[in-house]
Design a protein around this ligand. Structure first.
Ligand SMILES: O=C(O)CCC(=O)C(=O)O
Length: 268
């Protein structure tokens, strides 16, 4: 179950910051795996892996079991279940990296409502529980300090009923720094930030010249929501049966086996 505190904060803000969600061992294993991916020579990587821009590393979640395991992490597994009314589907997961010498530029404000239309995405509360049909879990593998840059959000905008006027928030451009009203979320290594895709958000320029930001981007939706083809079939042979099940689509009534477990351990 989500705690009342988590529910109140997510409903109010459209995001949740879980501090120190991972154990030291989990974090160290995830960091080692991410470094192995980031530092690999392209020719040494399996064909499904790679990066076109040194910012988004394809299918990062599948690179190593230490990362794949985070799909089910107990600190947010109850949230994944609640948001989807126990019918979740894991869609895909890249590894997002801002590194000195690589792409560090700002990205503009956006959200599912603005990109795909107001009908595209739902956020509702019923019977004391939250329903959210498009959300992202961001595990942070390294510290982000105030002033570094990174994730910027417009708190409460997941419930906006009007179009965002271009005259507000620098027209959504984040190149000139953080507009008044927009909040930079700074997470420490081992923290997790969860957002609704209805929350207006973007990335501020990454400022440090001696440190990188490494964040796993795990995307979830209900199992009956459409969409295929994000993950190549050939990648699936690397994945554990529990992950394959969570990635499968399903009907409005089917309950996946994996949902019966509070703690999901990868079996293969
Ligand atoms: O943390 C960031 O850089 C923002 C990520 C973002 O905008 C997104 O995933 O859509």
């Amino acid at each position: 179950m989500m705690t009342p505190e988590q529910r109140y904060q997510f409903d109010l803000n459209g995001y949740l910051h879980l501090e120190q969600a991972f154990s030291e061992q989990e974090l160290a294993a995830a960091q080692t795996a991410a470094e192995r991916y980031i530092n690999a020579r392209p020719e040494d990587l399996p064909p499904e892996f790679g990066t076109r821009d040194r910012r988004l590393y394809d299918h990062g979640f599948a690179f190593d079991k230490a990362l794949e395991r985070l799909i089910f992490h107990p600190s947010y597994w109850p949230i994944v279940k609640e948001f989807t009314d126990n019918k979740p589907r894991f869609l895909r997961g890249t590894l997002l990296v801002n590194q000195p010498g690589g792409p560090v530029d700002a990205g503009s404000l956006h959200c599912a409502r603005e990109s795909y239309g107001w009908q595209s995405t739902r956020y509702e509360c019923r019977d004391g529980r939250i329903y959210c049909d498009d959300f992202v879990v961001f595990p942070y593998l390294y510290d982000v300090h105030p002033g570094d840059g990174g994730l910027a959000v417009l708190p409460g905008s997941h419930k906006a009923n009007f179009d965002r006027p271009d005259t507000l928030f620098h027209g959504g451009h984040l190149d000139d720094g953080i507009p008044p009203g927009v909040v930079n979320l700074t997470a420490k290594a081992g923290d997790v930030i969860i957002i609704s895709e209805l929350l207006t958000h973007g990335g501020l320029r990454w400022n440090p010249t001696d440190r990188k930001r490494v964040v796993l981007v795990l995307r979830y939706a209900p199992q009956y929501r459409g969409g295929e083809g994000w993950v190549p079939e050939s990648l699936k042979k690397r994945l554990s049966p529990e992950t394959i099940e969570l990635m499968s689509s399903g009907s409005h009534t089917e309950i996946k086996d994996v949902i019966q477990h509070d703690i999901v351990t990868l079996s293969g």
